[in-house]
Design a protein around this ligand. Structure first.
Ligand code: URA
Length: 282
């Protein structure tokens, strides 16, 4: 049989792009299959999913299995969620929350992202907007919504007389998923306690969820964004209720500009609600 011809450089790059690889993390390639920090949790997850081995089922009661000392004690998703929840609950301020998120190693996205993308804007703002996850530009700059969709978000805010000094912006996921892939449900659940605590600490008068993933995650609805946008929800921080309005994600509006008229209706509803709130801060 004739061996397959080696792919050309163009073919290889096209394959990478199609697989979601759109930037180089380092100058030199790294064989991640030899990296224990990445491989050990994945192996442990597989082990946890396996039925107990015959040896384990015959282990006498009270005798613990021997875990090789070289095996890191990985955080399986459930443990990572509990750990995130416990950590987030201890953060008394946004600075403390940011600091503990910088250290949190229960989410694998942290190891592929360049940096944590915590927030932008004014922590005293009455309006908080939450997107899905940082993209490439956000990952480079460490700020949410600074790429193309961020520029559109700025224009949307300007249309109701606001800029970033008057709003607070964050994402459900604070680390860029590689190649901008959709975050997995586990990654979302692991990051959820952090954004929930962030919302509680900012304590805005109005919360705007940008796009479907953020809306479904934060407002616990399974309805799609075309049903939820423009409808007021109650968001329970655990200590108080906040009015929440889903709207279309600016990245979606870049792809479907005809829906900008719907976003405009939502923006007007936000402006009206803000105007109705009496606050000495503004
Ligand atoms: N899309 C998001 O949801 N968040 C960002 O920060 C950038 C793009």
């Amino acid at each position: 049989m004739m061996p397959e011809p080696a792919p050309s450089l163009q073919q290889l790059l096209a394959f990478y792009l199609e697989s979601g690889v759109d930037c180089a993390l380092n100058d030199e390639p790294v064989n991640r299959m030899l990296d224990d920090e990445i491989v050990a949790p994945a192996r442990a997850e597989l082990r946890a999913a396996e039925p107990p081995s015959r040896l384990e089922t015959t282990r006498p009661v009270g005798v613990q299995p021997v875990i090789p000392s070289s095996a890191a004690v990985p955080l399986v998703p459930e443990a990572a969620i509990v750990s995130a929840r416990e950590a987030a609950a201890t953060a008394p301020t946004l600075e403390a929350l940011r600091a503990l998120m910088e250290q949190f190693d229960g989410c694998a996205l942290r190891s592929t992202a360049t940096r944590l993308v915590f927030a932008d804007g004014n922590p005293q703002a009455r309006l908080m907007l939450v997107g899905e996850a940082p993209g490439r530009e956000e990952d480079i700059e460490g700020l949410p919504f600074v790429g193309r969709s961020g520029k559109l978000l700025d224009l949307m805010l300007a249309a109701i007389g606001l800029d970033r000094s008057q709003v607070y912006i964050a994402n459900v996921i604070p680390w860029r998923p590689p190649g901008n892939r959709t975050p997995t449900p586990q990654e979302t659940q692991i990051c959820l306690p952090f954004i929930r605590r962030q919302i509680e600490l900012v304590n805005p008068a109005i919360l705007v969820t940008l796009g479907n993933p953020s809306t479904q995650t934060l407002l616990s609805t399974r309805d799609g964004i075309m049903r939820t946008r423009g409808r007021w929800f109650d968001y329970d921080t655990g200590t108080r209720m906040i009015r929440a309005l889903p709207t279309l994600h600016p990245a979606y509006l870049l792809r479907q500009p005809t829906y900008k008229r719907l976003a405009w209706q939502d923006l007007r509803a936000i402006a009206t609600a803000l105007a109705a709130i009496q606050s000495p801060a503004n």
